[in-house]
Design a protein around this ligand. Structure first.
Ligand code: URA
Length: 281
């Protein structure tokens, strides 16, 4: 398995090759980004990773004008998310729901699927990411977001303080549409019962919908993803943030910064939820 630090290095390198030099360093300080990928056993402070070295390994100068000061990072170090809770009843519910979905024949998509991709992650996650539908790699493995878009999603989540094992990831559609075509309205309608019950079982504090289909389904809106972004929607009482789909970001990296900000926004909303407040936009 590739260590998180190496993943971060590769990601920075990739962004640089695509002409970006500022991702990660605008709202999240270098120290914060590296704190996220530092092994849990490694103490903070003395002996911590040298972010300048990592950035310079990736070919990016570390002392970028406008970067936040180390003291700001230190002031926020106490805000790391809590360790994942021990799974309890929610896991059992999800297993039952997953078993039900495994035999689903509610729509035509069951005919061509190799696996139902129900979803995976922490059954008591505070944050759930909802995507569109499984692609080829997901259909083959039965796991959501494991292809190239999934790798990018992992990094976006990590940059906002959410390692993959602390969140839950699923899709609106649990079966792959042929040739990755767009989901059809009746497929979304028939499959959304699985999603609704799944989200009810997890009861997250915040939802992040990636891409138009997930955002429209959860927001109950036909607005474009551009219009749905930047606001807090509510899905059955749970705050929902909409952002671009990582597969779109791989094709259009100029929107990466916007998506990254959306994930930071989701983190703010989650923190506000934890403290019983709200985030205005
Ligand atoms: N795209 C999605 O929307 N979901 C996946 O699981 C993979 C790619």
């Amino acid at each position: 398995m590739i260590p998180d630090r190496e993943l971060l290095r590769r990601f920075l390198r990739q962004r640089l090759d695509l002409g970006e030099t500022e991702l990660f360093l605008e709202s999240l300080t270098p120290e914060e980004a590296l704190a996220l990928v530092r092994p849990a056993s490694e103490p903070r402070g003395a002996g911590a990773l040298d972010w300048r070295a990592v950035l310079s390994d990736a070919g990016i100068g570390g002392d970028r004008p406008g970067g936040a000061s180390p003291s700001r990072a230190a002031a926020r170090q106490g805000s790391a998310p809590p360790a994942p809770a021990e799974p309890s009843g929610a896991r059992i519910d999800l297993r039952v729901l997953a078993a039900e979905a495994a035999g689903c024949t509610r729509c035509r998509l069951h005919e061509g699927r190799r696996n139902v991709v129900f979803g995976e992650g922490n059954p008591e996650a505070e944050l759930v990411v909802v995507g569109e539908a499984p692609g080829g790699e997901e259909d083959r493995t039965g796991r959501p977001f494991v292809g190239p878009a999934g790798k990018l999603l992992d990094l976006l989540l990590l940059s906002a303080g959410f390692p993959r094992d602390r969140v839950y990831i699923c899709n609106v559609l649990k079966c792959r549409p042929p040739n990755n075509r767009d989901p059809q309205r009746d497929e979304v309608e028939r499959c959304s019962e699985h999603l609704h019950r799944q989200l009810e079982a997890i009861a997250p504090r915040v939802l992040v919908a990636v891409g138009k289909f997930a955002a429209q389904t959860l927001a109950g809106s036909e607005e474009s993803i551009g219009k749905l972004r930047g606001r807090v929607h509510t899905y059955r009482g749970t705050p929902m943030i909409a952002t671009y789909h990582p597969a779109f970001l791989l094709r259009s990296p100029q929107w990466m910064r916007a998506a990254w900000k959306d994930f930071q926004f989701a983190r703010e909303v989650l923190e506000a939820q934890r403290s019983g407040g709200s985030v205005a936009r």
